[in-house]
Design a protein around this ligand. Structure first.
Ligand code: HBI
Ligand code: FE
Length: 325
């Protein structure tokens, strides 16, 4: 039963990795991106397309200069970009009714009504962020590309999801080696509108604040097998809720076929599971519900090495340190 410690940084051990305490601290992540933030690797479908690369920098520049509290600038998408979106959108919506979880199916029509989702229009991050804020308090922040696991998970503690704003290369509309607006808007966004899923995601984020590098690795693995590649039980069926599944027509069908192995969602086991990042997953973990998954992650977080615990104060948009766990 630890009391609330003061805001003093001396309340936590010196060896604790830096972590954001206030929403504005997330501004420091803006220019810290891993590969593909600015350069595209040689095997990227757009690597040799100078027009595409110039367009990418135009769009990622929004994220580079974005500051907490600002509206997210709109992007005027080109005809080629809209065509890519349209191909992905039309393909995926035929699959959602039989493969997506009920939470995704519930919110999708609301995104069509309120946020301009549709085959001929790429929704703007700003409108989507406002919609999510009304639903669960989640907001989007534009990001240039992949963040480190630590930075990316730390954002979730503030109910902030870092979202890319550019779209994949038009030469391969049904393939992307990295997150893009199709993945974020069709895969992630619908779930962040669900209160239990929002709580679940924030739970991983809170556990990541000031965590050791090894514990970040464990939490990133749990994130991978839930928010990206999670499946859940729904009555006597299994359905997909992970964004990596919901935005990939091939893996969406595969994950619910009898080919992969499925195991129950037990965080201490999930955290040790190795996984490929460029192929379909050989194993998936089944959540019984988002509430159940959240409680399991909370219990797992308490077993990690961090000697303090934290909570998010939504009024001040800041993290409070609790002196014992
Ligand atoms: N960065 N922008 C961005 N988007 C992600 O989905 C993402 C990331 N960094 C790491 C990551 N995902 C995960 O694979 C885990 O390491 C958390
Ligand atoms: Fe993702």
């Amino acid at each position: 039963t630890g009391g609330v410690a003061g805001a003093n940084a001396s309340d936590i051990p010196d060896s604790t990795p830096w972590f954001p305490r206030k929403m504005v601290d997330l501004d420091t992540f803006a220019d810290k991106v891993l590969e593909m933030g600015e350069e595209l690797s040689a095997d990227h479908p757009g690597a040799k397309d100078a027009v595409y690369r110039a367009r990418r920098s135009e769009i990622t520049n929004i994220a580079k200069t974005y500051k907490t509290g600002q509206p997210i600038p709109h992007v005027e998408y080109t005809a080629v970009e809209k065509e890519t979106w349209s191909t992905v959108f039309n393909k995926l919506i035929t699959m959602f009714p039989s493969y997506a979880c009920r939470e995704h199916q519930y919110v999708f029509p609301l995104l069509i009504q309120n946020c301009g989702y549709g085959p001929d229009h790429i929704p703007q991050l700003d409108g989507v962020s406002k919609f999510l804020k009304d639903c669960t308090g989640f907001t989007l922040r534009p990001v240039m590309g992949l963040l480190t696991s630590r930075d990316f998970l730390n954002g979730l503690a503030f109910r902030v999801f870092h979202s890319t704003q550019y779209i994949r290369h038009h030469s391969r509309p049904l393939y992307t080696p990295e997150p893009d607006v199709c993945h974020e808007l069709l895969g992630h966004v619908p779930l962040f509108a669900n209160p239990d899923f929002a709580d679940f995601s924030q739970e991983i984020g809170l556990a990541s604040l000031g965590a050791s590098d090894d514990d970040i690795e464990r939490l990133a693995t749990i994130y991978w097998f839930t928010v990206e590649f999670g499946i859940c039980r729904q009555g006597d069926q299994l359905r997909a809720y992970g964004a990596g599944l919901l935005s990939s027509f091939g893996e969406l069908e595969y994950c619910l076929s009898d080919k992969p192995e499925v195991r129950p969602f037990e965080p201490s086991k999930v955290a040790q599971q190795k996984y490929p990042i460029t192929e379909y997953q050989p194993v998936y973990f089944v959540a019984e519900s988002f509430k159940d998954a959240q409680m399991r992650v909370r219990e797992f977080a308490n077993s990690l090495s961090r000697p303090f615990s934290v909570r998010y104060n939504a009024y001040t948009e800041s993290i409070e340190i609790l002196d014992s766990k």
